[in-house]
Design a protein around this ligand. Structure first.
Ligand code: XMP
Length: 312
């Protein structure tokens, strides 16, 4: 039986011995990076700089909420607001892998600058066992290569510290609960964020549309189901097509949003979530009334394989 209390005390002790200088961590607010940051902070306090890069592709109020959480946790932190830069960079880009590559590269540039300014010698990462264990097909490597700040240690000559390297997600969640970390139960959210939930080209208008629709999906699912009943992931995707609808007594063309909810253990395979129709109807009603220019909501009933969880 995994004992979070014992893990925390042993880990903090060994991190204190291991880390001899300043350290940085890029923290998304997700459970892995937040637990890793907390353990290192408990060991070396303000010698750890916790960095959150706001790419502009985060969910509604996410950057503000993360900053408040960092404050409550007593972190020495930096929030880098780089939304305009990231959005401008993606103008005209439609290929999903190109989006990921550009976002990943800029993220590293921004993070590297801060690490250098802080004089960091150590790089902390929230890597967990499934992130590096061979999965057989190599698919996981492909998935994860997009968002981990891979390559960073070689370029920056930082010593890598991975306090969660041997743990699985449920163990990390146990530590998170034990440490009272607020995002312990948060659903996974991809590093490139909403940028890969807008099919095709990104602009500010579409970003606002998908952000608003996604917030409604999250709110309604979280209202409808208690945490244990919720799907593994639940979100909205903005499709690059318009379809006909009625607005007053006129035909009007509007955007279509796909709602995706899946059950999964680790994201490698997934089953579409058999959501209750009352919930789906509420989501559709709210999105079409509250989000301008959306007149159609569809529910994705594809398993993985053959589909993927994300649409890009
Ligand atoms: P797919 O779409 O490949 O997603 O079935 C599997 C899991 O990985 C997440 N995902 C990503 N996470 N950067 C990330 O950090 C990415 O580029 C990325 N693409 C997919 C996805 O949300 C799901 O949990």
């Amino acid at each position: 039986m995994f004992n979070p209390e014992l893990f925390v005390s042993e880990s903090v002790e060994s991190l204190r011995n291991e880390i001899k200088g300043r350290a940085v961590i890029a923290c998304s607010g997700g459970v892995d990076s937040t637990v890793a940051a907390k353990l290192v902070e408990m060991a070396i306090h303000d010698k750890l700089m916790v960095v959150f890069v706001d790419t502009g592709f985060m969910r509604k109020n996410e950057a503000q909420n993360i900053e408040k959480m960092f404050q409550r946790m007593g972190f020495n932190y930096r929030i880098v607001r780089a939304a305009d830069e990231f959005i401008a960079m993606l103008s005209g880009v439609t290929d999903p892998e190109q989006k990921r590559k550009l976002i990943g590269k800029k993220f590293i540039d921004v993070f590297e600058r801060i690490a250098r300014e802080f004089g960091a010698e150590y790089l902390v990462q929230g890597t967990i066992a499934p992130d590096w264990i061979e999965s057989g097909g190599g698919l996981r490597d492909t998935i994860k290569s997009h968002h981990n700040v891979g390559g960073l240690p070689e370029q920056m000559k930082l010593k890598l510290v991975e306090p969660l390297r041997d743990l699985y997600k449920d163990e990390v969640r146990k530590i998170a609960r034990y440490l009272g970390i607020e995002t312990a139960e948060r659903q996974p959210f991809p590093g490139p964020g909403l940028a890969i939930r807008i099919l095709g080209e990104i602009d500010k208008e579409r970003l606002e549309i998908v952000r608003a629709a996604n917030a409604i999906v999250e709110e309604e699912v979280e209202r409808f189901y208690v945490p244990e009943e919720r799907p593994w992931q639940y979100f909205a995707v903005l499709l690059p097509i318009k379809s006909v609808g009625v607005h007053g007594d006129k035909r009007a063309y509007g955007y279509t949003v796909a709602v995706r909810m899946v059950e999964s253990l680790d994201g490698m395979t997934a089953a579409y979530f058999k959501a209750r129709h009352e919930l789906l109807e509420r989501i559709a009603n709210r999105i079409t009334t509250e989000v301008n220019s959306i007149n159609r909501v569809v529910y994705d009933i594809t398993n993985k394989p053959p589909g993927t969880i994300e649409w890009e």
